[in-house]
Design a protein around this ligand. Structure first.
Ligand SMILES: *Cc1c(COP(=O)(O)O)cnc(C)c1O
Length: 403
């Protein structure tokens, strides 16, 4: 009865071109980015990524979390500085704030998974020293309003674009709107290297600090490629004045990432097509809603989020079980024990956990289904049919009415 159900947990396959580069690296043993005097794979990746995104500078590091941590350190935030972050994000984000000796402050998120702007404005008081905008699952918050509020108060904005590679806002790349943008190459992101991250910025002073702290000891920063005068001056200014956290990326990872960069545009196109195709089927049910994107946003989804409407906790659990029985794994962010995206589980944060009933209510009904770019039409149909059959099993009367 069920059509071919895809294994949505497989990551994106690595292009064959990576193999040649990896073989050469294994033969030479040249895995460290600073062994070669110039043009190491990591340095080439940085140049190509900056070009792809349209920024002056890029620094590849061991993860997006490392990029977020280095961003906060490069901003020179004092100990216990308060950093505003959305209450719907991955635990790595408040963790990076704690790692940088700062204090995360959570901002409510609406049913559309985006920062609630009234809550944001209310939270943006004199005590907030920096803001991290986490575009969770690639859902872009209102960056016009956020940048206007933060610019007016001279508060730096870091974009956590871990899941937003290829997303645009008014045609501009997400990750280039704030002072710094951070991306992930972990396997469940658009570009898969297992692990890895990169930060981008146009600010020479921030870049120089992040490069040194990432582990460019002595004069290894010279191996980051061609340098403008602003960058030369910044490296001279910070030489020997910063700790080395050693969060570098290996040449092997860069060799896996580089051949995937030319594939980003096609993955974005297919991911958006897949998302919109399945979303259009799901909203035929009165019990499922897919929040609209904001008007300036062009998305790059590799997963689908939707809200269950009018279901009790028991029905929500029953729906997830019914979908699983049909071969589709649905994560309801707030319903699974110890979920890393549920803010009440971030007990490592200093002070008492906030209440945030609005974000909590959203998390209790928000469903997450992976929908990789490589899926084709019959796989998408199978996913949609499984979800619709699961909801019809839990809410049979309305399904009859709707049908
Ligand atoms: C994956 C992810 C991270 C963490 O990225 P790592 O590279 O695994 O450190 C942070 N924020 C968001 C929104 C993510 O999706």
């Amino acid at each position: 009865m069920s059509k071919s159900l895809p294994s949505v947990y497989d990551a994106e396959p690595i292009p064959a071109a990576a193999r040649t580069a990896i073989d050469a690296l294994l033969a030479s043993g040249d895995l460290f980015r600073y062994t070669a005097p110039e043009d190491a794979p990591v340095a080439l990746l940085e140049r190509e990524f900056a070009e792809l995104l349209g920024t002056k500078y890029a620094l590849a590091v061991s993860s997006c979390s490392a990029a977020l941590f280095l961003s906060l350190k490069a901003l020179g935030l004092p100990r216990d500085a308060r950093v505003l972050i959305p209450a719907f994000t991955f635990a790595a984000v408040p963790s990076s704030v704690v790692h940088a000796d700062c204090v995360p402050v959570l901002c409510d998120v609406g049913e559309n998974y985006r920062i609630d702007m009234a809550a944001f404005e209310a939270r943006l008081d004199e005590e907030i020293a920096a803001v991290i905008i986490s575009h969770m699952r690639g859902h872009t918050s209102d960056m016009d309003a956020i940048m206007a509020l933060c610019d007016a108060r001279n508060i730096p904005v870091i974009e956590d674009a871990a899941h937003s590679l290829g997303t645009t806002w008014h045609g501009k790349n997400i990750g280039t709107l704030g002072r710094i943008g951070c991306f992930s190459f972990q396997s469940y992101k658009l570009v898969n290297a297992g692990e890895g991250g990169i930060l981008i910025t146009d600010d020479a002073d921030l870049l120089a600090q992040a490069v040194i702290m990432s582990g460019a000891y002595e004069h290894n920063w010279r191996k980051h490629g061609a340098m403008d005068t602003a960058l030369e001056a910044a490296f001279a200014r910070w030489q020997n004045r910063l700790p080395l956290y050693n969060l570098r990326l290996s040449n092997l990872s860069a060799a896996v990432i580089r051949p995937q960069l030319p594939l980003v545009a096609e993955r974005v196109h297919k991911g958006r097509r897949n998302h919109d195709y399945v979303a259009a089927k799901l909203v035929q049910s009165p019990w499922m809603a897919v929040p609209e994107k904001l008007a300036p946003e062009a998305r790059a989804p590799d997963s689908l989020q939707f809200n269950l409407i009018g279901l009790t906790d028991e029905q929500t659990t029953a729906f997830a079980l019914a979908a699983a029985r049909r071969g589709v794994k649905v994560q309801v962010f707030g319903m699974s024990t110890d979920n890393a995206r549920a803010f009440w589980n971030w007990q490592f944060m200093p002070g008492p956990l906030p209440e945030l009933p609005r974000t909590r209510a959203m998390l209790m009904r928000a469903c997450d289904v992976r929908l990789p770019a490589r899926l084709e039409r019959d796989a998408l149909d199978a996913v949609a049919e499984a979800l619709l059959a699961a909801i019809a099993e839990v809410k049979p009367v309305a399904a009859l009415k709707a049908g």
